[in-house]
Design a protein. Structure first.
Length: 472
């Protein structure tokens, strides 16, 4: 007599009654019973994948290592062969595409999943919400939090939800609850524990941070999400401190785009009959009147004096330019075009600054050639167009030099900025010093090394744009 009532209560409030059989959380368990056993080759490949991820330093804790070695990744990507499912490189397994062929759901690279879970700092018995489901990552989380923990995973796509429910029922721990909904509005209220989730992880690119994510996070809890700043994405681990989120860790990454209320297309302006594009990732498009004429005119070149060797990662420089330069945008050559005006590869883009009918963008040229790869060298150059091109280009060049001096430093390893996220509407005087990037629901303050003395008070980017006549 007790079992049916207990199952009904657990379906509404999973985990409230401890000790129930693990299958009661899944409405499809009658049709999809757990499937025992797996090929020996899957076990071998899973161990090899786990050891590679561990050796590269992405999985440092015993629970995360054990999860990688235990959870059957191939069961959550049945469309792929075992070798692909257990690839330890940068392979993300796409499991769902939209009508245009763009990926909307995937199983992320194993190293990235391990890194994100490590960032959450989970303790045994923790309750976690994952936004953007697929099943496998949720099961890794469930393995880490242990028998006393619980994982709620949600997705906006009903197909993905049905798929994840089936896979977690067949090969899961019984500690994952899969629900349908738009994560921009938060997790379903009935599934939010008293005091909030111990951790929240968002698995799609986020231009903005939903207020519900902070509100549903426990005090001191961690939120990991791929945040876009200037169009550049970083998986950032935040810890909640009252109404503020404080960044603790950064990882360069890329996830599927947001859907639903968080879907957002960057403002794009075509130039020279579609040969070039200007992308304005953090605001509306700026005025380009007279710019095409400038692009057909004289090009100014400015040497920065900043060099780099082969294989150098310059994502830090891109983010520095995006968050510190008013008028920032990205200059791109269309995928099906070649440009004789700018030195940017087809389908690629470069950091740029726009001011009226003038534009400057950042590129690099090889300055030292050698048959030995380690001896080759490149220097950053600024190319500028228009009447204000030289002055605009010098501002961009000086930003590169400041980054080289204060962020990259003598060791060559770039420092991460200090980042805090504050509620929208927070007045400037209540923000810490730094560069301010305003979103719809929050204000992001980015504090780079060496810029505190230059910015004794936060930059109001809206006021800066109005003063310069620029649109962003």
């Amino acid at each position: 007599m007790f079992a049916p009532a207990a199952a009904a209560v657990d379906a509404v409030w999973p985990g409230v009654i401890p000790g129930l059989p693990p299958t009661v959380s899944y409405s499809v368990v009658v049709d999809q019973p757990p499937v025992p056993g797996e090929p020996a080759e899957a076990v071998r490949l899973r161990q090899a994948m786990a050891e590679t991820v561990i050796a590269c330093g992405w999985a440092v804790s015993a629970p995360v290592r054990d999860a990688l070695r235990t959870v059957p990744r191939h069961r959550f990507a049945p469309e792929k062969d075992l070798k692909t499912a257990y690839d330890a490189g940068d392979v993300a397994i796409v499991t769902r595409r939209d009508e245009a062929g763009r990926a909307t759901s995937s199983v992320s690279a194993a190293w990235l999943q391990a890194d994100v879970i490590e960032g959450l700092g989970l303790e045994p018995g923790a309750v976690v919400w994952e936004a953007g489901s697929g099943g496998y990552n949720a099961e890794l989380l469930a393995h880490v939090v242990g028998p006393g923990g619980r994982v709620v995973t949600s997705d906006i796509d009903e197909y993905v939800v049905r798929r994840a429910r089936r896979f977690t029922a067949e090969a899961g721990s019984g500690r994952v609850t899969v629900v349908h909904g738009d994560a921009a509005h938060g997790a379903p209220a009935l599934l939010v524990p008293r005091g909030g989730f111990d951790a929240i992880v968002i698995t799609y690119n986020c231009w903005d941070i939903a207020p519900a994510w902070k509100d549903q996070l426990a005090r001191g809890g961690r939120l990991v999400l791929p945040l876009e700043l200037g169009g550049y994405t970083r998986a950032i681990t935040f810890q909640r401190a009252g109404d503020v989120l404080v960044a603790e860790k950064f990882t360069h990454c890329g996830f599927v785009p947001a859907q639903g209320a968080h879907a957002r297309a960057a403002a794009v302006v075509d130039l020279l009959d579609g040969q070039l594009q200007l992308r304005f990732e953090d605001g509306s498009a700026g005025s380009v009147e007279g710019l095409e004429e400038a692009l057909r005119g004289r090009r100014h070149e400015i040497s920065t004096g900043v060099t780099m060797g082969p294989g150098f990662y310059f994502g830090s420089l891109q983010l520095y330019a995006a968050t510190t330069l008013p008028g920032f945008c990205r200059l791109a050559v269309a995928a099906d075009q070649e440009s004789s005006v700018v030195e940017i590869a087809t389908g690629s883009d470069a950091p740029a600054v726009l001011s009226g009918a003038s534009l400057a963008y950042l590129t690099y040229v090889q300055t030292r050639h050698s048959e030995i790869c380690e001896e080759r060298e490149w220097e950053w150059y600024v190319h500028a167009f228009g009447d204000q091109g030289p002055a605009l280009g010098e501002k961009l060049a000086e930003a590169v030099r400041a980054w080289d001096r204060d962020v990259r430093g003598d060791g060559g390893a770039s420092s991460d900025p200090a980042v805090t996220v504050h509620p929208a509407g927070t007045p400037n005087h209540r923000l810490p010093p730094g560069d301010v990037v305003d979103k719809n629901h929050c204000r992001v303050v980015v504090q780079w090394p060496g810029r505190d003395a230059l910015l004794p008070s936060p930059v109001d980017r809206g006021e800066a744009r109005a003063a310069s006549g620029e649109g962003m």
